[in-house]
Design a binder for this molecule. Sequence first.
Ligand code: IPE
Ligand code: IPE
Ligand code: MG
Length: 248
Amino acid sequence: MTYHSYFSQMDMQRLPRHIAVIMDGNGRWSQKRGMIRGMGHKAGAESLRAATELCRELNIEVLTVYAFSTENWKRPAAEIELLFKLFSQYLDSEIKTLLDNDIQLVASGDISALPEALHKHLQQVMDKTAHCRSMKLNLALNYGGRQELTRAMQNIAVKVQKGELQPQDISMDTISSELYTAGMPDPDLLIRPSGELRLSNFLLWQCAYSEFYFDDVMWPDFGKEDLCRAIIAYQQRDRRFGAVGEAK
Ligand code: IPE
Ligand code: IPE
Ligand code: MG
């Protein structure tokens, strides 16, 4: 049985436009196997590849993945260095697939604060895939939701100060347009594997009406089948947005 057998249970007209994933559980996955944490991060890159392939196959517009949070700087330097090395390796190994599949790589977060070589590498891949239109793979790297909102407010304050914007004209759209995700639809479905039931500072503004899907599977074990199950669960939800629901 392959993941394709799940497609018959999916309504292809009602797929999420934007899926966001908190790629969590790499450390515990390694620990369970008596391996060092880095092995889990390596295996996690494979899960990201699988998720990207499936999203592209289903014509999902945006896949946003939380790869490194602003809080992850609290980790041991050796782990951070390894993660950065793996991000770079990932970029090298994926560039061809991204181009072949018309996938644009974008980033959310303060990537300028990453090591210069990684920042440059990331920028190169973003530039090379800038013309790709079939899907956006949005890497949340050095990303924090509160930091993103703080930055947006600073940008808006500068516009007000310059007289380009009146305070009464600041709308929800103004705020959305100052976020890293400007121009993208909000996530319809937010997935967190690894059994943790929290947002960890991810997409605080954008997830106002996202459907949350939690799974006990660790991210390195999260395959296409698991993603299909999450999409099917999402389609069974009644998204009321505050209004009266569908008659059942
Ligand atoms: C997620 O896995 C990867 C990053 C945060 C970069 P973790 O490393 O958080 O794995 P656990 O939560 O310790 O199992
Ligand atoms: C969230 O996972 C960040 C990423 C997956 C990149 P963490 O493992 O850092 O989150 P906490 O510390 O459990 O909240
Ligand atoms: Mg974790």
